[in-house]
Write a protein that binds this ligand. Structure first.
Ligand code: URA
Length: 245
């Protein structure tokens, strides 16, 4: 059977609104002023996602089964557990991280360490529970010493992520950090250039924001992330959780 020809796909930012310079408290339910700003281009090549055929009748169980005890890349050598993903298989919102860290590798679950606790707080601030959303990563095995996954590791593992996203078909995808965003948007641009921008990703809205681990090192960036999450909430029709007294 001949290969489907794939036209280069340009992913265009739909909107971008940069925050006013005023600093915003880390978690607040008050309205946030945003100012329109010019659209920033993200360099696009052919999207790998576009090149991946949809798998007829695919399910999360089948994807997990296909992954098996994966040895397709070097990351399998030091891993303890494969971290496939967790959450609501019909979630309207999917968070995509980079790859498992130590705690995730031990438990076989994504975002259960310090960064994961912060992600849980972010989810709850959005008025959701962890069980409402789906959480997964670009690579399913822990890179040694928590280094960034290499290009060939991402290329080998990411088709399973694309299938997960296809099956779940959420209303919004939030990329946590540069690796997730650069993988799905096929760009090398730094995330600081396009975070908070909506992209149309195969009929799903996708937005990138900073990784919770980055926020642990740079708490001042929490306000920016909260603004990004508020855009996601507006898209999903969610109300922020009232701060507890
Ligand atoms: N960081 C990630 O990107 N993913 C995890 O699952 C945990 C930490």
């Amino acid at each position: 059977m001949g290969k489907r020809s794939v036209k280069p796909a340009a992913i265009r930012p739909q909107t971008i609104a940069l925050a006013t310079p005023d600093s915003v408290p880390a978690v607040t339910t008050s309205a946030i002023r945003v100012a329109p700003s010019p659209v920033l281009p993200v360099i696009q090549a052919v999207s790998l996602f576009e090149a991946i055929e949809r798998v007829e009748g695919d399910t999360l169980e089948l994807i997990r089964e296909n992954l098996g005890e994966c040895r397709r890349c070097r990351l399998h050598k030091q891993r303890n557990k494969i971290v496939f993903g967790v959450g609501n298989p019909r979630a309207e919102l999917v968070f995509v991280g980079e790859g498992p860290g130590h705690d995730e590798d031990v438990q076989g679950l994504p975002f259960v360490g310090r960064a994961g606790k912060l992600l849980t707080q972010m989810i709850e601030a959005m008025g959701l529970k962890r069980e409402d959303v789906y959480i997964c990563n670009v690579v399913k095995c822990r890179p040694p010493e928590n280094r960034q996954p290499e290009d060939d590791e991402v290329a080998t593992c990411s088709p399973y992520l694309y299938r997960q996203l296809d099956v779940i078909a959420p209303k919004a995808i939030v990329c946590l950090g540069g690796v997730a965003a650069q993988t799905l948007l096929k760009t090398k641009d730094p995330i600081s250039r396009f975070r908070g921008t909506w992209f149309d990703f195969r009929n799903t809205k996708l937005l990138a924001t900073y990784h919770p681990a980055y926020l642990l090192r740079n708490p001042n960036a929490k306000g920016e992330v909260w603004k990004d999450l508020q855009k996601v909430m507006a898209h999903l029709g969610l109300q922020a959780k009232k701060p507890s007294r």
